[in-house]
Design a protein around this ligand. Structure first.
Ligand SMILES: NC(=O)c1ccc[n+]([C@@H]2O[C@H](COP(=O)([O-])OP(=O)(O)OC[C@H]3O[C@@H](n4cnc5c(N)ncnc54)[C@H](OP(=O)(O)O)[C@@H]3O)[C@@H](O)[C@H]2O)c1
Length: 260
């Protein structure tokens, strides 16, 4: 692949960070966007080799003025954008009776309206690429109800955004796909207060692991590798796909005896 400019939201942690690293390792310029520098500093402390590898920028995907700031930056510096990975995401656990309206709104704003506003704003730059690719990081929670009503609904909405935009933007040679991970080891559960201790986290992981046919949960690299493929020309005829990357967990079958 020749050197391209990509934008990754949620690029300072977890899946977005791993995707940014994978694309930067191929020689691309990766603009890595998140709300603050705290997680960038955490990432560089854990992986000093990331320093200077990614173009970190602070912006909140749910704020229109922040998106416009990022647009101005890319327009002035590069004048073109070859792809977006929408990985910024937030989650708060809750059913209809327990979810707060503010939490519901935040999940919609960040997980769904953010990607919509971002693509809408960046469209002129994406069109100039003549072959851009957008990857929305959804979730298996968008394919079936999970632990959070708002998160599931936001991700199901994101999958429909993928399908709608694939039809809408295909004539501009822009591809749009969803990647729907199962449980992946990142900081999302700590940073969103779903677990407070390592013990709680490992207990959650162990329960989840046993439900996965492949008997392991995901690693960020499992997701980064498909993102890398979808951003490349190797996938130039794939658009509108909703792709579970989940160790087979969405095909879990309770009707056949377990083999272990
Ligand atoms: N890990 C899993 O098990 C899993 C499973 C299925 C789907 N997913 C999805 O995968 C995506 C990445 O998750 P992850 O596990 O990598 O999470 P993570 O480690 O918590 O990373 C989330 C990233 O999003 C950024 N972010 C959050 N709100 C933002 C906003 N309003 N504007 C810009 N950036 C924002 C965070 O930085 P700041 O806080 O500094 O902004 C951080 O860089 C999410 O969409 C998540 O829903 C994750």
């Amino acid at each position: 692949m020749s050197k391209k400019v990509f934008l990754i939201t949620g690029g300072s942690s977890g899946i977005g960070l791993a995707a940014g690293e994978a694309l930067a390792n191929e020689g691309h310029h990766v603009i890595s966007m998140s709300r603050s520098m705290e997680k960038v500093e955490r990432a560089i402390k854990e992986q000093p080799e990331l320093n200077g590898k990614l173009d970190f920028i602070t912006a909140d995907v749910s704020k229109r003025e922040d998106i416009e700031k990022v647009h101005r930056y890319i327009d002035e510096k590069f004048g073109v954008l070859y792809g977006i990975v929408n990985s910024a995401g937030v989650i708060a656990v809750g059913s209809l009776e327990t979810v707060g309206i503010e939490d519901w709104q935040q999940m919609m704003d960040v997980n769904l309206t953010g990607p919509f506003m971002l693509v809408k704003t960046m469209l002129p730059l994406l069109r100039k690429a003549n072959g851009a690719s957008i990857v929305n990081i959804s979730s298996i929670a968008g394919l079936r109800p999970g632990t959070s009503i708002a998160y599931s609904v936001s991700k199901a909405g994101l999958d429909m955004l993928t399908r709608f935009l694939a039809g809408d933007l295909g004539p501009y040679n822009i591809r749009v796909n969803s990647v729907n991970p199962g449980l992946v080891r990142t900081n999302i559960h700590f940073d969103n207060n779903i677990v407070q201790t390592k013990e709680q986290y490992e207990e959650m992981v162990e329960k989840a692991r046993l439900r996965h046919p492949l008997r392991r949960i995901g690693r960020t690299d499992d997701i980064a590798s498909i993102i890398r493929f979808l951003m490349s020309d190797e996938s130039s005829w794939i658009s509108g796909a909703i792709i579970p990357v989940d160790g087979g967990v969405t095909q879990e079958n309770n009707f056949i005896p377990r083999k272990d």
